[in-house]
Design a protein around this ligand. Structure first.
Ligand code: C5P
Length: 307
């Protein structure tokens, strides 16, 4: 049997997350710009007598492994099964023990579960010697979740459809961020449901799914000052509605000297755009001094699981 295969996949943030009205299938159309951060989970797929999932972390203060299911609900396990069913042959596929080494906070709006699924797809494809094309893996990824295709690609990308249709975008990076995880996660479906309620009641005016050209231009130029006004997240209002303390956490970034605050995806992780690594270190220290400890520094773009 072949040796174990380990593959890394990045956290994602949405520089812009424009959300349209809910579709009949329950998903929301998105116009988003993804950026992959150098905050990585790794997945190791090892030949085994039976299927299993083990979840570990070297950073227990920010990753609550108890929140990650190890049964069939685990998205990495679903990815391995889907690959086996769709692209495997009886000769190639054998059970795998998946070990998830997590650095990405759980239920934080950073798509950690999607990263694990993307890494599991690539790791199992290599372990089983399937040689699937990138296109085939991207198609499987889209069936696993809205953010899984981007976790395969990494870098930066325009995201359309419900997020699963990804088109790479050029970035003159790195872009530096202070990242403030929240000890308690938020449920993505609950944030989208609250978006529907607030939008239906006219209590929020979403920016919508059209992505301004200036955003891609600012990204291509690596121009932090030009990028800042384009940082918009239509899920911020519903996330703050569900977790009012987020308003103060976001605002604390200004006092700490960040260029601009941004809620990550459906939250509750808060992001603060900075001009350099040293600046991001200062913002993390300023947040801690203001009663918001536990921040870290990350940069993007970084490659996806396909690399
Ligand atoms: O695609 P994924 O499984 O990650 O989505 C999780 C949940 O988030 C969906 O079941 C849905 O409630 C919500 N969602 C949405 N519109 C999107 C993406 C996700 O409503 N574009």
């Amino acid at each position: 049997m072949s040796a174990a295969v380990t593959v890394a996949a990045p956290a994602k943030i949405n520089l812009r997350l424009g959300v349209g009205p809910v579709r009949p299938d329950g998903y929301h159309p998105l116009g988003t710009v993804y950026l992959a951060l150098d905050l990585l989970d790794t997945v190791t797929a090892a030949p085994a007598d039976d299927w299993s999932v083990t979840v570990r972390t070297a950073v227990p203060d920010r990753v609550d492994t108890a929140e990650v299911p190890t049964d069939a609900r685990n998205l990495a396990a679903q990815a391995a099964r889907l690959l086996a069913v769709e692209h495997g042959t009886a000769q190639a596929v054998h059970p795998v023990a998946l070990t998830l080494d997590k650095a990405i906070p759980v239920a934080g709006g950073l798509a950690g579960g999607s990263a694990d699924a993307a890494a599991a797809l690539v790791a199992c494809d290599r372990l089983w010697g399937l040689g699937s094309s990138d296109i085939d893996l991207l198609a499987l990824a889209a069936r696993l979740g809205s953010d899984v295709p981007f976790a395969l690609l990494g870098g930066a990308a325009l995201g359309e459809g419900h997020g699963q249709l990804v088109t790479p975008l050029p970035v003159a990076g790195p872009l530096w961020w202070a990242v403030l995880p929240d000890p308690t996660g938020l449920s993505t479906p609950a944030v989208y449901r609250t978006f529907d309620e607030l939008a239906g009641a006219g209590a929020t005016t979403p920016a919508g799914t059209a992505v301004p050209d200036g955003l891609a231009a600012a990204l291509a130029a690596g121009d932090v000052a030009a990028l800042a006004p384009y940082l918009v997240n239509d899920l911020e209002v519903p996330a703050v509605h569900l977790r009012p303390a987020l308003a103060e956490r976001l605002a604390a970034g200004h006092a700490a000297g960040a260029v601009a605050p941004l809620l990550s995806g459906s939250g509750p992780t808060c992001l603060y755009l900075c001009t350099s690594r040293a600046h991001a270190d200062e913002v993390v220290a300023g947040l801690a001094a203001a009663g918001h400890p536990g921040g870290l520094v990350a940069s993007g773009p970084t490659p996806g699981a396909l690399r």
